[in-house]
Design a protein around this ligand. Structure first.
Ligand SMILES: NC(=O)c1ccc[n+]([C@@H]2O[C@H](COP(=O)([O-])OP(=O)(O)OC[C@H]3O[C@@H](n4cnc5c(N)ncnc54)[C@H](OP(=O)(O)O)[C@@H]3O)[C@@H](O)[C@H]2O)c1
Length: 297
């Protein structure tokens, strides 16, 4: 029997792709939405006010929680509050409601590889401690907010996700116009590692976590090998058939994007998917060039 799934953040880049896939595969998916205009199988919640329609969890086997204020914006103090609070309040509210429910559905919660912070000295896996910086702290608090569910004995998975490759949204979509115009280039010195995953592989990783009860705790949702920013830049240029000779100096990144630029595109984030590898997950787009070709075709 296919599982009954409740999902938050279904209108986002990952949520829309996952919802489409799960529905096609015959799962019954209902949605938690912040809008008061609701269709069948949609339920209201407002994490900022602690409001939650308890009917949403009725008959649910598993909750997939993706909602959160976008990270890619200038981090004013009010934006930072929204980024933290949307994740911490939403996750805590869900975890408490799950813990109070009779069926104790599993919780699969998004998180980010930024959990590990800037790692100038090499690569990390799920056993590595949290790093420093705003995003690392967001991820740490985001995951801790699920404690009420963990304490109630619920299976909780944290999908520590790398840069998701999609032409429709996220980091790659923002870079594309520059690269297509031949204005792309490495960022900073270009030696910083990037951990990425194709959107179809990420959807498969979520389905893998839905179906395998042995998936529990932190899971790095990234391709098997991180690449340097220079390698990423060259590969994207090759796939698009465009030169990549205009480096973006780190000084300009800091001026235009501030702290956000420093913690994302300038950070060394070499993350290995130890858990997915050990559990036997198979990537369809493990090579960057193939992933970019298929993403942009
Ligand atoms: N894309 C990536 O490269 C990437 C990498 C690492 C981690 N992640 C994490 O994975 C999750 C999903 O990513 P995504 O790329 O699909 O994100 P997204 O496109 O920005 O969508 C996130 C969804 O969260 C909900 N949302 C937005 N602002 C909110 C707020 N202030 N309070 C509560 N809910 C809010 C919205 O759904 P509703 O309008 O339906 O509520 C939105 O569609 C996010 O938490 C993100 O941080 C993404």
């Amino acid at each position: 029997m296919k599982k009954n799934i409740l999902m938050t953040g279904s209108s986002g880049l990952i949520g829309a792709a996952l919802l489409k896939h799960l529905t096609k595969e015959g799962y019954s998916v209902s949605l938690l939405k912040r809008s008061k205009v609701l269709n069948a199988n949609e339920f209201f919640w407002d994490p900022s006010r602690g409001e939650f329609d308890n009917l949403a969890l009725k008959g649910i086997d598993l909750v997939v929680h993706l909602a959160g204020e976008p990270i890619a914006q200038r981090w004013s103090s009010s934006a930072k509050k929204r980024i933290v609070n949307s994740r911490v309040n939403g996750t805590r509210l869900l975890a408490e409601k799950i813990a109070q429910s009779q069926a104790l559905p599993s919780l699969i919660c998004a998180s980010g590889t930024n959990y590990y912070g800037d790692q100038p000295e090499g690569v990390v896996d799920e056993s590595s401690p949290p790093g420093l910086g705003f995003l690392a702290e967001v991820c740490r608090q985001w995951e801790s907010a699920a404690n009420p569910a963990i304490e109630a004995g619920v299976r909780v998975v944290f999908m520590r996700t790398g840069i998701v490759l999609s032409g429709q949204g996220g980091a790659l979509a923002k870079m594309l116009p520059f690269f297509k115009a031949g204005l792309g280039g490495r960022i900073g010195h270009g030696r910083q590692k990037m951990s990425w995953i194709s959107l179809p592989d990420l959807v498969s990783a979520y389905v893998f976590a839905v179906e395998n009860v042995s998936v529990q705790g932190a899971v790095n949702a990234v391709a098997p090998e991180p690449v340097t920013n220079s390698k990423f830049t060259k590969t994207l240029g090759k796939v698009l058939g465009r030169p990549t000779v205009f480096p973006l100096p780190s000084g300009l990144v800091k001026i235009f994007f501030g702290e956000m630029g420093r913690e994302t595109v300038l950070s060394n984030l070499g993350v290995l998917p130890k858990s997915l590898t050990e559990l036997g997950f198979e990537w369809q787009q493990a090579e960057l060039e193939i992933a970019l070709k298929q993403t942009l075709s």
